[in-house]
Design a protein around this ligand. Structure first.
Ligand code: ADP
Length: 944
């Protein structure tokens, strides 16, 4: 196929050569076929000049015969006998008014005195005299008069028909017109292109000025060309315009070069530009007042043009010396080309080789413009590239932050949990002191990580608002509770007031709203030493059953200065650092708050008096769900607080029915092990198909569904369940089990219709929390057991208890982790493994055993050999979480990397890693087996 295409390319090129050959042969070698019946010749008659005193002198035309300004120069000749009627004599006025007499009869005249707006002379033009019958032998008298230096400057005379005369002009001066038109087109394209790019990139381009310069020059060339009387009806006006344009010409070039040279010589450019501007104003004024014509003042202007060119060249040379020229190499080459073209033009002009006055200059300008366009396009590519890289880097940063925060959160939770146990169990004062320090530092770290996670979510546009119906009083009491304790510790009065007629139920993102309020309240407590904090909740009803919720948090704290108020909401911006240096913070809170408020279509403002206190006001529109009045918060607060059940220490629900779907046996075992204590009835199946079977036959309270499963994955199973006709579990909450703990995943699953998600390896605390949340309350038996009321617990304790289940403590004092276990399995992160097994050694050993039964080697090998990458990815996905849950962190990481590689189709990585990964996996299994055998053999002792 490729060869055929190559052959076709050859045929194409041969045809092109053939066409060119025919053209050259036909037009340059073969005889002329059409004879154009035109006539043209130079009129070279003997002329006499008649002076005012009546004396005469023989002269030749063209020629220059000195005369005063405004002097009437009269020349005379006798028309040849054989001069043909209906042909023309064509005279060129050199800014002169002309009158043409044949035997004293005025036959033709030229003057723009009556039709021009300004000035004292007529612009140059061709004047045609038509020969009549019998004109041969008659006297032809021509008078020239002008108020310019061109008095007595007599131009050549042509004889022929109109077509012949203009054809001659076109041959002589046509290229000037063509080049000028080309220049005009390029100039306009550059201007429009620059505007377009300015619009796209919000950045002005200096190329626009070069475009203007070139356009002016082109217009000047067209307006000054011999063809202007064919193109423009009023050549006087065009002539005036051409002069103004030529005067403006240095401007755009100076602006362009000044920008290209990054304004290094700004002063010089400004001075010269100012002088040019002054010259223009003076010249235009003199012309408009009819005092001095442009044609006379042009000499001064030419001087400024020269100075501008010198300035450009000198600055380029200076940049060359200083080494800056590298920044605009291409433009410098363009300037050099244009300068060389100008020099050639001058040489041609003085050698009288070229007739046309500006072709070389115009070509030089085209060269400069083209080079500058290339330079601009190159810059834009460069900019685009940098932009892409910046976006990529930013995305990578956000993703990295999100992943890191997520990963860091897990161990911090573990640290805080363990620390809480120490706080609860230890009696030693110094240990308690250390534990308190750990607790405080851990909490700070946790909130910092949460802030970073939120920040990265916002940065990457993944922060979503998930509206739900909520109780306004709960929202307020939750927020109040979270800071009340701290306010009390600092001795601050915490006042809560509200409009009692506000609706009791609203629709909006309760979680984010609470985050906003807690942040403002925490800041108020943080930055207030004494006095009070007042939270006021008001509202304004809007159309469409909407309420503009208006919440203000006022404090009597350190306050913020006016200028600091403006930067308060910027990321990482902490203000008044000197005064606040002892107060912990990152400067992220208010930035996140503001972004969340904006996402909810609301607004936030601050009003503060330095040293006296601040008021932060938030206004957010919320939909009204139930308009019954909410009542007085302060009065209700106690009751509300008592209503809120806090995290229980145990979870017993023998009547609860749960279905767990996971293709990996080991995961099912972990699940089962973690829930053993709860007495919940658990059905476990290992595929989507079996799950569909189960939901038809039995009603469950919660279904846990693994995401990555072979054949039918979690999402597909979920969808199939929904469509199933005899599904008894249409209302049952379905929780997604996933090892994809990445930003925004929760929102994604919720959008898909899942009730929640649980990340793997499953941790007991989270599992219990999720079951508590979704299992109907009547099935939870421990509700009567010591209800923990918010008031009884300090807020901080409540938070920490969320981190660590008391049940863990119960088990823990039974489990004194045997150092032997650590020694036998020293190749594993036994602590993490134990944590995932609820710190039960037995359970951990069981899971280790299961990991042997669950050997995936053959599956992995099969998938690899058959290049079934989907299956390979699924194996890696499950290995990722199962290895982590036994503490084989490194293997888990490698599985994760391989899973990613399969997803991104980086098969070379898979091929490179596959063998060594399998080797490591098998070695691990062998070591586990050995360890288990040695334990069983009774060499090791661990407590049952
Ligand atoms: P931080 O983590 O530093 O508290 P924020 O974004 O929440 O970050 O706040 C930014 C800065 O605004 C704080 O460092 C503090 O200087 C100032 N600030 C915030 N709230 C108050 C307040 N209620 N009173 C005085 N200053 C405040």
């Amino acid at each position: 196929m490729n060869k055929k295409m190559d052959l076709l390319k050859w045929v194409f090129h041969i045809n092109v050569f053939f066409v060119a050959f025919i053209f050259i042969l036909g037009e340059f070698i073969l005889p002329k076929e059409i004879k154009n019946d035109t006539h043209f010749e130079l009129f070279e008659a003997p002329w006499k000049i008649i002076r005012q005193d009546g004396t005469t002198m023989d002269i030749r035309i063209p020629g220059i015969y000195p005369a005063e300004r405004n002097e009437i120069v009269t020349v005379e000749t006798v028309l040849p006998e054989d001069i043909k009627e209906n042909l023309f004599l064509c005279f060129r006025s050199n800014r002169q008014d002309m009158e043409l007499y044949v035997d004293n009869e005025l036959r033709q005249s030229y003057s723009t005195e009556k039709s021009r707006l300004f000035g004292h002379s007529s612009p140059g033009a061709f004047v045609f005299l038509k020969i009549k019958e019998g004109d041969g032998g008659k006297t032809l008298r021509v008078t020239y008069q002008t108020d310019t230096a061109y008095s007595g400057n007599l131009q050549e005379i042509f004889y022929g028909d109109i077509m012949g005369i203009w054809s001659y002009q076109f041959k002589e001066r046509g290229e000037e017109l063509i080049v000028a038109i080309l220049l005009l087109i390029l100039g306009i394209i550059s201007i429009l292109g620059s505007w377009g790019l300015h619009f796209c990139y919000h950045k002005p381009l200096e190329l626009e000025y070069l475009g203007w310069g070139v356009t002016f020059a082109a217009f000047w060339m067209i307006a000054d060309s011999v063809f202007r009387q064919l193109l423009f009806p009023n050549i006087s006006a065009v002539n005036d315009m051409a002069f103004v344009m030529v005067m403006l010409l240095p401007f755009p070039f100076l602006i362009y070069m000044n920008e290209v040279q990054k304004r290094r010589y700004n002063v010089l450019y400004v001075v010269i530009s100012a002088l040019v501007a002054l010259d223009i104003v003076v010249c235009i004024t003199l012309q408009f007042l009819n005092l001095v014509d442009f044609s006379d003042s042009i000499a001064v202007f030419a001087g400024f043009c020269g100075i501008s060119i010198i300035l450009i060249i000198v600055t380029c040379i200076m940049d060359c010396i200083k080494g800056y020229i590298a920044q605009y190499k291409l433009v410098a080459i363009g300037v050099l080309g244009a300068a060389v073209a100008c020099v050639i033009q001058l040489v041609l002009y003085f050698q009288r080789i070229a007739n046309s006055s500006g072709v070389m200059i115009a070509l030089g300008m085209i060269f400069l413009l083209v080079i500058s366009c290339i330079n601009t396009i190159r810059d834009i590519f460069h900019m685009e590239n940098e932009k892409k890289q910046a976006i990529y880097a930013n995305e990578a940063k956000a993703q990295f932050l999100a992943n890191m925060s997520h990963e860091i959160r897990t161990p911090i939770n573990a640290v805080l949990g363990m620390d809480e146990m120490i706080l609860q169990e230890s009696k030693e004062p110094n240990v308690l002191e250390y534990a308190t320090d750990i607790h405080n530092a851990g909490k700070t770290l946790l909130s910092l990580i949460n802030d970073i996670l939120d920040f990265s979510k916002i940065e990457s546009g993944k922060m979503e608002i998930l509206p739900v119906n909520y109780d306004l009083s709960h929202l307020i009491s939750d927020s109040y509770n979270m800071v009340a304790k701290r306010a009390e510790e600092k001795g601050l009065e915490f006042i809560l007031e509200n409009d009692t007629t506000l609706p009791c139920k609203l629709h909006g993102d309760e979680v984010r709203l609470r985050q906003v309020l807690v942040n403002l309240l925490t800041n108020a407590v943080k930055y207030t030493k004494e006095g009070s904090i007042r939270m006021s909740v008001q509202g304004r009803r809007l159309e469409d059953n909407q309420l503009l919720l208006q919440i203000s948090v006022q404090d009597t704290g350190i306050g913020i200065t006016k200028e600091n108020c403006e930067k308060l909401f910027d990321s990482f911006q902490r203000v008044d650092e000197k005064r606040n240096r002892n107060i912990e913070g990152t400067g992220l809170g208010l930035s996140i708050t503001k972004q969340i408020v904006s996402l909810m279509q609301g607004s936030i403002s601050v009003d503060s008096e330095y040293g006296k206190g601040s008021v932060f006001k938030v206004e957010i529109p919320q939909h009204i769900v139930d308009d019954s009045p909410v009542g007085n918060f302060s009065l209700k607060m106690d009751a509300i607080i008592h209503e809120i059940p806090q995290t229980k220490e145990t979870l017993i629900a023998p009547e609860g029915r749960i279905l767990v779907v996971d293709d990996v046996d080991m995961n099912l075992k972990v699940f089962f092990g973690l829930l053993k204590q709860t007495q919940i009835q658990i059905d476990m199946v290992s595929s989507g198909y079996e799950a569909l079977e189960m939901v038809r036959t039995k009603k469950y309270h919660i279904i846990f569904l693994d995401h990555m499963m072979p054949q039918m994955d979690g999402l597909e199973t979920f969808k199939a369940m929904k469509q199933l006709k005899d599904n008894q579990n249409t209302e049952t909450p379905v929780i997604m089990l996933t090892a994809n703990a990445i930003v925004g995943i929760r929102e994604k699953y919720i959008q898909e219709g899942f009730s929640d998600y649980l990340s793997k390896p499953v941790q007991r605390k989270q599992l219990y929390n999720i079951i508590r949340k979704h299992l109907p309350k009547e099935y939870i038996l421990d509700s009567e057991e010591v209800p923990l009321l918010a008031k009884e617990k300090s807020v901080e304790k409540v938070e920490v208890i969320e981190e660590v289940e008391a049940i863990e403590k119960e088990e823990n004092h039974n489990v004194t982790t045997s150092p032997d276990l650590f020694t036998v399995f020293d190749f594993l992160d036994t602590k993490t493994g134990l944590m995932y097994c609820g710190d039960s050694e037995d359970f951990y050993l069981e899971i280790l055993k299961t990991s042997l039964d669950n050997d995936r080697t053959s599956l992995i090998l099969e998938a690899y050999e058959q290049q079934d990458w989907q299956q390979y990815g699924i194996c890696m996905h499950s290995l990722k979480s199962t290895s982590l849950s036994i503490g084989a962190n490194k293997l888990s990481e490698r599985a994760k990397a391989l899973e990613m590689a399969v997803k991104e189709e980086r098969l070379d990585y898979v091929q490179q890693e596959h063998d060594s990964f399998l080797k490591e996996y098998q070695e691990l299994l062998q070591k586990i087996e050995k360890g288990l055998v040695s334990l069983q053999a009774g060499n090791m002792h661990h407590r049952p």
